[in-house]
Write a protein that binds this ligand. Structure first.
Ligand code: NAD
Length: 305
């Protein structure tokens, strides 16, 4: 199989590129390295340092003619989207339209899109399903939801197949302390350097933390399953930020200095996504527990020091 991965130098994209190469795929990456890291792109892949909004990105897809385009490139930061909504929209919406147009021209079979639990905003529900209303409370959530709508429309007009994957909070080795799912990376970096940890709010806010290896497996499964579907990639379990600190305390030998500060605007209090549909449509389920994932991530941070 031939695949293009936009955002393939980023945290999740670089793991996906490795997974695709291990499966024998020919992989091209389009990434402008705005937050991605050149060295994180596995040597077997071809890196094109281009912006997803550019004519060059379109040209690459036209000449590679991949079967599948994994579209992960994005401005993946809630707080930055609040500060700079036009830039967020430009990358996340206009960039997606450009990639969709390229898929149409190059007769790509399928686009697999990285969306987010952020599309649901502050929906008060113990476990959100894909049928629940998506009412974002940040420009980031809104730009991802709008990009999803463009994917639906392109699919209807041009017979382009798609799977939209709405991830929970992804974490794992190689994540930097910025961006959407950054709380675990932030805590890891500060813990290893014996710096204080700052929790926004009371720490009882919960997230559905999903390990990056599980997210890669879901993306690989989507190449063959779940056409024209929107699916959660999640554990279906809530973990509080305080629980993450507890797990770190169990592993770290030195005392952790913990401080609480006011919650940030646009932050969601609770988020947990049902993964029932993923089990049936995608034939995928999460395999890594939060305890195992945090331990692996902690070890990888120690090794990288
Ligand atoms: P990341 O910032 O590590 O990766 C994004 C990549 O996109 C980077 O390599 C960056 O250089 C590239 N990029 C950004 N703007 C670009 C542009 N204009 N042109 C070309 N490349 C560009 O973020 P990530 O955590 O790996 O997220 C990957 C995708 O998954 C994003 O679409 C994000 O919205 C989505 N997502 C992430 C999480 C999470 O918890 N990390 C949760 C839900 C959804």
């Amino acid at each position: 199989m031939k695949a293009v991965v936009t955002g393939g130098a980023g945290f999740i994209g670089s793991h996906l590129v490795k997974g695709l190469l291990e499966g024998g795929a020919i992989v091209h990456v389009i990434d402008n390295l705005s937050s991605g890291i050149r060295e994180h792109v596995a040597p077997g892949a071809v890196l094109h340092t281009e912006d997803v909004r550019s004519a060059e990105a379109k040209q690459i897809i036209a000449s590679v003619k991949p079967e599948v385009v994994y579209h992960l490139a994005a401005r993946a930061d809630v707080q930055q989207s609040i500060l700079a909504p036009a830039f967020d929209a430009s990358v996340n919406i206009t960039g997606t339209i450009n990639i969709l147009d390229a898929c149409k021209t190059a007769c790509v079979n399928k686009i697999i899109f990285a969306s987010t639990s952020g599309v649901y905003g502050n929906l008060e529900k113990e476990r959100i399903t894909e049928r629940d209303p998506a009412i974002p409370i940040s420009f980031y959530g809104l730009s991802k939801l709008t990009a999803e709508s463009y994917i639906h429309m392109y699919s209807q007009l041009y017979c382009l197949s798609y799977t939209i994957l709405r991830y929970g909070n992804v974490y794992g080795p190689g994540q930097t302390a910025k961006g959407e799912g950054g709380v675990i990376a932030n805590f890891m970096e500060r813990t290893i350097n014996n710096l204080p940890l700052y929790i926004n709010g009371d720490g009882e806010q919960t997230r559905d933390f999903i390990y990056v290896r599980d997210v890669v497996r879901a993306n690989l499964a989507a190449a063959h399953h779940a056409d024209q579907e929107t699916i959660h990639v999640s554990t279906g379990k809530s973990t509080s930020v305080n629980r993450i600190v507890e797990l770190l305390r169990d592993m770290h030998t030195a005392e952790i200095d913990l401080h609480y500060r006011p919650a940030q605007s646009g932050d969601i209090k609770h988020s947990c996504l049902s993964n029932q549909k993923a089990r049936t449509s995608l034939q995928w389920e999460s395999a890594v527990s939060i305890e195992q994932g945090i331990a692996e991530t902690y070890r990888s941070w120690l090794q990288s020091q």
